[in-house]
Design a protein around this ligand. Structure first.
Ligand SMILES: [Zn+2]
Length: 284
């Protein structure tokens, strides 16, 4: 039987501080491959630690500095901004200064399969922010990460929210050699097409199960260009919406894709896992 591949999980985050090992054990026992994704230096290090601890059992790491981590702040997160009944969690960011050498050291580890999550996020600016300066800083760091990814020859895992035009422009100037994934893709059909033409794969997660808003997109993007993810602890798929997410629930994302595309669940598993393994350069 083929195995599911959760290409974007954060079991390395504090939401799993008490039971990360149990959660990873459940994923491994459920036959699920997992990439734990760092969003700052500390969580990137933890992602690599888990990959080493469970090496040979399908647990890998991605390392990166999320654009919102560049400024220290605190904001309220709700998995679906249109659903006011959902619980609110507070996310605190640290205002990290990018250290190229530290990330490069981590990136060279063979268990690190991608550079991310990195990217641009113009969604979380607040009143009083120096927005042009923050945008410039996000772009500067992303360019450095493109260079870093090219240096180690690994694909990128991109977070992009309300910043697609700037992302395309930046990739025009500083091109990643290995395209990788536009994670948690929520853009338009037109934007999706452009990413596909440029060689990127799209990451689909629990958001696709909240409504039929993304059904058309899922129908039109070839399965060969889709990878699945949980983005846990966030974005638990329906009917677990609002609960803490975990890699085991990636199955519900695959089921939604199968239903929308009218193909068998096994085919979704087989193809999306192959996509992920090919992209991450995993064999066997
Ligand atoms: Zn994430």
């Amino acid at each position: 039987m083929s195995r599911l591949f959760d290409t974007h999980a954060h079991v390395n985050f504090n939401a799993f501080r008490e039971d990360a090992d149990e959660v990873l054990r459940r994923a491994i026992d459920g036959g699920i491959f997992v990439v734990n994704v760092g969003s700052q230096l500390s969580t990137s290090r933890r992602a690599v630690e888990y990959a080493k601890k469970y090496s040979g059992q399908g647990v890998y790491a991605a390392i990166g500095l999320h654009p919102i981590q560049l400024k220290k702040r605190s904001f309220e997160h709700r998995d679906d901004e249109n659903d006011w009944e959902l619980p609110v969690t507070e996310i605190k960011t640290i205002g990290e200064t990018f250290d190229f050498e530290a990330y490069l050291g981590l990136a060279r580890d063979p268990l690190v399969v991608a550079i991310g999550e990195v990217g641009l996020d113009y969604h979380h600016f607040e009143d009083g922010d120096d927005i042009p300066a923050l945008k410039d800083e996000q772009k500067r760091v992303l360019r450095e990460f493109v260079c870093l990814a090219n240096e180690v020859g690994k694909p990128m895992m991109i977070h992009c929210w309300d910043a697609y035009d700037d992302l395309f422009e930046l990739f025009d100037e500083t091109s990643p050699d290995k395209r990788g994934i536009i994670h948690s893709f929520i853009g338009s059909h037109k934007t999706a097409k452009k990413f596909l033409e440029l060689g990127w794969n799209l990451g689909v997660n629990g958001i696709a199960t909240y409504s039929d808003s993304y059904d058309r997109l899922i129908r039109e993007v070839p399965l060969e260009r889709i990878v699945i993810e949980t983005d846990c602890p966030y974005l638990a798929p329906f009917p677990h919406k609002g609960e803490r997410n975990e890699p085991l629930l990636v199955r519900l994302v695959a089921e939604k894709i199968a239903a929308v595309k009218g193909v068998r669940f096994d085919e979704v598993t087989l193809v999306t896992t192959k996509n992920a393994r090919d992209m991450f350069g995993l064999r066997g």
